[in-house]
Every structure is written in structure tokens, then in C-alpha cells.
Write a protein that binds this ligand. Structure first.
Ligand SMILES: Nc1ncnc2c1ncn2[C@@H]1O[C@H](COP(=O)(O)OP(=O)(O)OP(=O)(O)O)[C@@H](O)[C@H]1O
Ligand SMILES: [Mg+2]
Length: 466
């Protein structure tokens, strides 16, 4: 790992030190959070999975994750309450990560309900439907394998005098166990052409419908490019002709919108077309009930399984009284997901009313349905640890004493402020031609920028800007 350390002649920042893996995704405010960091017994380690401290709240969220996984928490709500920058949003995202990709997680912000086109309650109802998953399992007879041969056989066109048509197609499929040559109907050849499969791809063909699905490219053909759009899959095991369990994950929201707009094909262009044409069709309650009925039928037959997921409503105090009463009803409906709310308000006015003041700006009847978890503020040491984590994620080097300085800063003001100082300070360091942030950069940042408390104090002193 000998990086070229030529002195930087221009003002540009040196690119962040890249690890040997060489790939890092875009850095979002929460990208250091990888989960709740709990032991198998559900206890929080002081620091784990990118989370520092906040142990009680993390353990509480761990219990909720277990309840959701065992499907015992649907129709109930968890409220994360605490001061700004204490990790409420981070906790909710960690819950999503713990649940995994198979459990639907539908995040939204309270203010999203205010749209000119769609009713507020409709936005909420849709979010709730998107958070209920449906896993459809079907066992189907398939032919699966890597294509070794793909030869269309042509014949004279019986209808017109000239030109040829495909009379059948010979496909060779290979698995770990053996190979098989299939003679297939010309319509299946069309499906093959549509999926754009070539020799070396792994596909399966459904025996009774002839539907062709490309799984990916056989990993025998894996190349050494750094960037490509291909997915490589191993050679399928078992026989070519077998029964295979196909699993499909959809949400009730998907089913609703597909049924509200049943016209058009399935390819991307017709989807685009339908988006442009009709604004947004409202999904009626009647349609939802119909969809529920069909889903119930599938569940009774054992074909499908309902997977209740999570709706996360951040900044829930932005909802108004109409939304809150509607939420009460939604929470009590038979197919309700788990709901997580987050807010940083103390006692405040419930939006949409003129005199109802209640804790967190949430009416007491909804609050009564919530389990409340409080997030605590951070100590200097904890701020230091979070800053350290962020510096690693953002690829920044800190000089001696910088961490202490930022930790002290964060304790005095807020964790967010300390985190926000990092990037601008790194730019200052870059301008000075240094690879790492020094204490004086932080000092200069403090002169350039005010934290929220100082700013408020300045205004409080009576210096009005007008
Ligand atoms: N315990 C923690 N460990 C690691 N990082 C944390 C922790 N708590 C907060 N953070 C990070 O600090 C920043 C602020 O936290 P977050 O956005 O979750 O605060 P919040 O409680 O949602 O605040 P607000 O009420 O203003 O929305 C984020 O970048 C978050 O990832
Ligand atoms: Mg937040």
C-alpha cells in the first residue's frame, strides 16, 4: 500500500485514503451505523455496530426487533423521544438493518403527508400498506442450468414462399450433476430472445408455462473488471429437470397500485408511460378490501405468507390532529404493521388545534397506544467515540488532540455540531496542504461558524438583525 505522497501543489483536497477494498459508497449521515450492536442475549455492548452508548434505547429496540420477527408486535407503536442529535433516526435505521432486507421497512417524515394532490390520510394509508409484505411461495417444475448450446433450427416458412421460420430450438443446459438437451417450441425461443440470454448464462424455464427467467451469468465466466453490471451465479446443483421453490416478495402497496392501474405491459416503458399519463390514481378502500380478500385466499391455501413490516414516521409532531386520529384507526386495522415514531419535541401544541397541548405534540389517546423509549444525551467520551467513527468513515485523518477538542466542543454544544465541524475542517487542512486535521483548524472553524446555542444566545442578547 505505498501511496504516492507527492506534495499537493494545487488547492484541491487530496483524495481520501482508499482502503484495499477500493470501494466505498456515498457517505450519508448514518452510514457508520450497521445495526443495533446487541449480543445474542439482547444486551447492548457499550459500543457495537457503529453505535456508541445509548444502551437502554438500543436494548429496547432489540426487544422490538425480536417481537417484530416473531410477529407479535403488529398494530403497536414505539415512540423514540429525546433531544435533537441523540440518535433517534439512527436507532430506527439500525432497527431496519437488524430486520434485514426481507422485512419491509417504510420510512417517511411527518411533513410528507402535506401534498396538494393526495389526501393526508391517503399518504399514511399507503405507507402502512407498503409496510406489509407478502411472501409468495410456489413450487414449480423447472428446467434449470447453464446454457451450453443455443441453436435455433430453421425451416421453410409454410405460409409464404420465401423466408424461413424457426421450427424449434435446441437448448443445452448444464448443472453440477449433469447436462440435458432440450428441444423447445419457437414461442419459448422468443422468450429467450426477450431475456437476452446467451451461452454461458444460467436460466430456468418453467415447464408448464414456458416462461424463461435469467438468473445471472455463470461464474465460470467471471471477469476481472472492477465495474460491471453483471451478476454472477454458481452452477445450479441437482438435476436439470426438477421441482424448484420460487419465492417472490411483494407488498400490499404493490398489489394495490398494480390493481388500481391494470392497463399496460410490464416493461419499463409502459410503466413510465402510465406514470406520466394519469397523475396519481387514488386507491380506494373498496379496492384495498378486494386485495385483502385475495391475499387472505392465498394465505389460507398456504401459497402466501404475510410478513408484517415497519412504518417509521420521523418528526411525528409534524402530523396534525386529523392524521393522528386516522393513525389510531390504522393501528387497529387487522393488517397493521409495527409503527415507530420519532420526535424531539417536549410539551407542544398538537398541530391543527389551537389549544390542545400535549407531550411530544402527540394527542394523549395515540400516546396511550405507544411504548416510549427515551434517548439520552452524550458524554464527552461518547462524543469523542462517535467523532472518531465518523472520521474513519469519511476517510479523514485527525492530528493529536483534535479528537479531545471536538469531544469537548460536542459536549458543550451538541454531537451534531461536532460531527459537522469535521468536513469543513478537513477542507481547511487541505488548503493548508496538510493531510490531517489539526487543532488550529477546529479553532478556526469555531470562529467561522456558530453552533445553535451560541447563535441563540447572540440573538437573545437583543441584537436583532433588522
Ligand atoms: N449513539 C450513537 N452512536 C453513533 N452515532 C450516533 C449516535 N447517536 C447519534 N449518532 C449520529 O449523530 C448524528 C445525529 O443523530 P440523529 O440524526 O439520529 O439524531 P436525531 O435524534 O434523529 O435528531 P433530531 O431530533 O434532530 O432528528 C447522526 O449522524 C447519527 O448517525
Ligand atoms: Mg432525526
Amino acid at each position: 500500500m505505498a501511496s504516492t505522497s507527492t506534495p499537493v501543489a494545487h488547492n484541491a483536497l487530496p483524495p481520501p485514503a482508499v482502503s484495499s477494498a477500493g470501494r466505498s459508497s456515498r457517505i450519508a449521515p448514518h452510514s457508520h451505523i450497521k445495526g443495533l450492536g446487541l449480543t445474542p442475549e439482547g444486551l447492548a455492548t457499550t459500543d457495537g455496530a457503529g453505535f456508541v452508548g445509548q444502551t437502554t434505547a438500543r436494548e429496547a429496540c432489540g426487544v422490538i426487533v425480536d417481537l417484530i420477527k416473531s410477529r407479535k408486535f403488529s398494530g403497536r407503536a414505539l415512540l423514540l423521544a429525546g433531544a435533537p442529535g441523540t440518535g433517534k433516526t439512527a436507532l430506527a435505521l439500525a432497527v431496519a438493518q437488524e430486520l434485514g432486507a426481507k422485512v419491509p421497512f417504510c420510512p417517511m417524515v411527518g411533513s410528507e403527508v402535506y401534498s396538494a394532490e393526495v389526501k393526508k390520510t391517503e399518504v399514511l394509508a399507503e405507507a402502512f400498506r407498503r409496510a406489509i409484505g407478502l411472501r409468495i411461495k410456489e413450487t414449480k417444475e423447472v428446467y434449470e442450468g447453464e446454457i451450453t448450446e443455443l441453436t435455433p433450427a430453421e425451416a421453410e416458412n409454410p405460409l409464404s414462399g420465401y423466408g424461413k421460420t424457426v421450427s424449434h430450438v435446441v437448448v443445452g443446459l448444464k448443472t453440477v450433476k449433469g447436462t440435458k438437451q432440450l428441444r423447445l417450441d419457437p414461442t419459448i425461443y422468443e422468450a429467450i430472445l426477450k431475456e437476452k440470454v446467451v451461452v454461458g448464462d444460467v436460466i430456468y424455464i418453467e415447464a408448464n408455462t414456458g416462461a424463461v427467467k435469467r438468473v445471472g451469468r455463470s461464474d465460470a465466466y467471471a471477469s476481472s473488471f472492477d465495474l460491471e453490471s453483471e451478476t454472477y451465479v454458481p452452477l445450479p446443483k441437482g438435476d436439470v429437470h426438477k421441482r424448484k421453490e420460487l419465492v417472490q416478495d411483494v407488498t400490499l402497496g404493490d398489489l394495490d397500485s398494480a390493481n388500481a392501474r391494470p392497463q399496460g405491459g410490464q416493461d419499463i416503458m409502459s410503466v413510465m408511460g402510465s406514470l406520466v399519463k394519469s397523475g396519481r390514481t387514488e386507491v380506494t378502500d373498496k379496492l384495498r378490501r378486494e386485495v385483502n380478500k385475495i391475499v387472505k385466499g392465498y394465505v389460507d391455501q398456504g401459497v402466501a405468507e404475510v410478513v408484517p413490516g415497519v412504518v417509521f414516521i420521523d418528526e411525528v409532531h409534524m402530523l396534525d390532529i386529523e392524521c393522528f386520529t386516522y393513525l389510531n384507526a390504522l393501528l387497529e386495522s387487522p393488517m397493521a404493521p409495527t409503527v415507530i415514531f420519532a420526535t424531539n419535541r417536549g410539551n407542544s401544541l398538537v398541530r391543527g388545534t389551537s389549544d390542545i397541548v400535549s407531550p411530544h405534540g402527540i394527542p394523549v389517546d395515540l400516546l396511550d397506544r405507544c411504548m416510549i423509549v427515551k434517548t439520552e444525551g452524550y458524554t464527552r467520551e461518547q462524543v469523542g467515540k462517535v467523532v472518531h467513527l465518523r472520521a474513519i468513515v469519511e476517510g479523514l485523518k485527525l492530528g493529536p488532540g483534535v479528537l479531545d477538542k471536538l469531544a469537548a466542543e460536542g459536549e458543550k454544544t451538541s454531537l451534531r455540531y461536532a460531527l459537522q465541524l469535521l468536513t469543513p475542517a478537513s477542507i481547511l487542512a487541505g488548503l493548508a496542504g496538510r493531510m490531517q486535521i489539526e487543532v488550529e483548524d477546529i479553532g478556526e472553524m469555531n470562529e467561522l461558524f456558530l453552533d445553535a446555542k451560541t447563535s441563540a444566545a447572540v440573538i437573545g442578547e437583543g441584537s436583532n438583525f433588522l
